[in-house]
Design a protein around this ligand. Structure first.
Ligand SMILES: [Zn+2]
Length: 96
């Protein structure tokens, strides 16, 4: 994963070992499949990159957060809309 320093690092949810963003691929090597990696976001970067104005102008999908997501700038992104799924009212939901 080459994300150009968008994140601080990755932390294994099982053993809490920390990794640099390009050190491991999907899971903690010591914990195998149980070692899901939490992304440590750079809050200062997020504040600079995601302003009220930029979010108001951005497309309504998960890709509005691309400046802080650990995805390479040159990655091929899916063309389907991801995220921002609207919540629809239904009679059963409204009866609660
Ligand atoms: Zn681990």
């Amino acid at each position: 994963m080459k994300t150009n320093g968008k994140i601080i690092g990755l932390t294994c949810v099982e053993c809490t070992k920390r990794y640099a963003e390009n050190e491991v691929m999907y899971t903690c090597p010591a914990c195998d499949i149980a070692g899901i990696l939490d992304v440590e976001y750079d809050d200062d970067r997020a504040r600079r990159q995601l302003t009220h104005d930029s979010l108001a102008r951005a497309e309504r999908s998960i890709w509005r957060y691309l400046p802080i997501l650990p995805i390479a700038d040159d990655a091929r992104l899916p063309t389907l809309q991801i995220g921002m799924t609207p919540v629809m009212n239904t009679r059963r939901r409204n009866d609660r």
